[in-house]
Each structure stands twice: as C-alpha cells, then as structure tokens.
Design a protein around this ligand. Structure first.
Ligand code: SF4
Length: 169
C-alpha cells in the first residue's frame, strides 16, 4: 500500500534536490501513445545512438504492460543538466522507503557520456542511465497537460527545462 505521507516526503525531497516542479499523479493518468517512438525514429538524432533510446529500449507495447502495474508517478521538472541525477535520487529515495520497484524515466537522450558506447557494448554507467519516456511510448506533453502542468516545446539553442518521472508502486 502506498502511504500519502511517503509521496509527500518524495515531493519535498524532489524540491530540495533541485526540482522546479514536482507533482504526484495516479499512474493511470499517464498518456500512452505508441506514435511517440516514430518521433524518435524520424527526426531525433539520438535514435540508435544511445542505449537509453530506441531501438535499445523496450517496445512500447511491452513497456505499457509494466507501466500499468504502477499506481503513482511523480512528475519532475528541472534543468536538463540535472535531470538524470534528480530522477535517480528520487527513485533511490522511493526504494529506501520500501517502494523497491520504483523506476525513474526521463526525457531526452542520455547525457552521462558525451558519446554512448559502440553498438554491442555495455553501458558505462548502468546504475544511473535511465530510459527516454518518449522512446517507451509515453506521450509526455499530453501527460503534462492532463496533470495541469505547463508544457514547452524546446527550440534549438533555447534554454529550457526538462521533465522526468518516477513510477512508484
Ligand atoms: S551512461 Fe554512457 S554508455 Fe550508458 S547509456 Fe548513457 S551515454 Fe550510453
């Protein structure tokens, strides 16, 4: 059973760790749309170049089944440069609170290395690398909209914040 005070503590921790926005939603409110993977495949330079992006990540049809087993998600907004660390910190805190299946996801490619490993090699930092939400079939914009949060489409060269989420059960 998920205790509200645990979710509140995770939201508080998220803000202390640098989140600009932290909001808990019921996991069934996450909008799933397999078309997102086609946006990765056609138009994103990270496709096929990072282990956290398609085609290396689980297929949306496979991931949706896992996603639907979670009960809560904490949506996190922060600077892109800090997003990976924040998502992993909140995931670990949830695990320490007993939610051992907590799973962090994030927007964008993996920024932990300048270049990912060549095809066929293993990740250099598997404890911290987390997959792209869009690559898994999550419609991030529609999810934010449904949660009453502002969404911004990044324009090349513009400073912008990014979103991640931690699934909790
Ligand atoms: S941590 Fe490095 S090797 Fe692992 S997915 Fe990210 S960029 Fe690739």
């Amino acid at each position: 059973m998920i205790v509200k005070k645990d979710i509140d503590a995770l939201l508080q921790l998220s803000l202390e760790e640098g989140a600009i926005t932290a909001k808990a939603i019921a996991a069934h409110e996450i909008v799933f749309d397999e078309r997102t993977i086609h946006k990765c495949q056609f138009g994103c330079p990270a496709y096929g170049r990072y282990l956290t992006c398609p085609p290396y990540t689980p297929q949306p049809s496979e991931f949706e089944k896992a996603l639907r087993a979670y009960r809560w998600a904490i949506l996190l907004e922060c600077d892109l440069a800090d997003l990976n660390r924040l998502v992993v910190e909140v995931e670990k805190a949830a695990m320490r609170s007993g939610y051992y299946l907590a799973l962090g996801l994030k927007g964008h490619r993996c920024y932990l290395c300048d270049e990912c490993v060549p095809a066929g090699e293993s990740c250099r930092d598997p404890l911290n690398a987390r997959p792209s939400m869009s690559g898994l079939g999550i419609n991030v914009f529609a999810t934010l909209e449904k949660a009453g949060l502002e969404r911004k489409l990044a324009v090349d060269g513009e400073d912008y914040t990014s979103w991640g989420m931690v699934l909790i059960d």
